[in-house]
Write a protein that binds this ligand. Structure first.
Ligand code: BEZ
Length: 213
């Protein structure tokens, strides 16, 4: 088990899930993936998180992203819990929850932080791109539910900045102005890439409308 860092290849695995056995790479295909762990089934915060993920199904699909959850609980427990999530969160869980009682995925993704808990998986998120590269990692304490709007926001930023020579500033959200990469200095390329122009507040701080809008 090694700590996974940005730019590392997401490890493949085969593991059982609420939707049957999953070969991770085959299941992911050419999609982006949000792999997220939770401490345990039948817990209140996790119930709201998985409900919210299901409610955001259309938002994930729009971005070409497949969500997949994991905890060390077994499949039969996941299936019972999904009934509760659907009922209490008024939604339909339409993504798999990996069952990881042998901790195969937990070990590969370093999801047991022994000084926090020796048994429960932490609340981590991995954003993985279609080339299986880890692009974002976030870990929250068990007592704090994640903000899935923030996870979508990060994906929007990654997908935008992968295809344009820009970065996204503080609190950016899709549609807001962006900043031009400082490495881009050629006037002809600047004019071609940013026909709407840009405002140079400093030579390194140049603001432009979001280029794909
Ligand atoms: C929860 O998901 O609700 C939770 C899990 C562990 C500790 C506290 C809350």
């Amino acid at each position: 088990m090694a700590t996974l860092r940005l730019g590392d290849t997401a490890p493949n695995f085969t593991q059982d899930s609420s939707e049957g056995e999953i070969d991770f790479y085959r299941w992911a295909g050419d999609s982006w993936v949000v792999l997220f762990s939770h401490p345990a089934d039948f817990t209140p915060v996790c119930t709201t998180e998985l409900g919210k993920t299901a409610a955001l199904s259309g938002e994930f699909a729009k971005r070409g992203v497949k969500p997949i959850a994991v905890s060390i609980d077994p499949v039969d427990k996941h299936k019972q819990w999904i009934g509760d999530i659907n009922e209490t969160q008024n939604t339909t869980v339409d993504f798999p929850i990996l069952a990881d009682p042998d901790r195969k995925v937990a070990d590969l993704y370093d999801l047991i932080h022994p000084n926090a808990s020796t048994t429960a998986t932490v609340r981590s998120v991995f954003v993985i791109d279609p080339k299986k590269v880890i692009r974002t990692t976030i870990t929250y304490p068990a007592s704090t539910g994640r903000n899935f709007d923030e996870i979508l926001r990060v994906i929007d930023s990654l997908q935008l900045t992968d295809s344009h020579k820009v970065a996204t500033p503080v609190n950016w959200k899709d549609g807001d102005d962006v900043v031009i990469l400082p490495s881009l200095q050629d006037p002809a390329e600047l004019a071609e890439r940013f026909p709407k122009g840009f405002k140079a507040i400093r030579p390194y701080l140049r603001i432009t409308p979001q280029p794909n809008r």
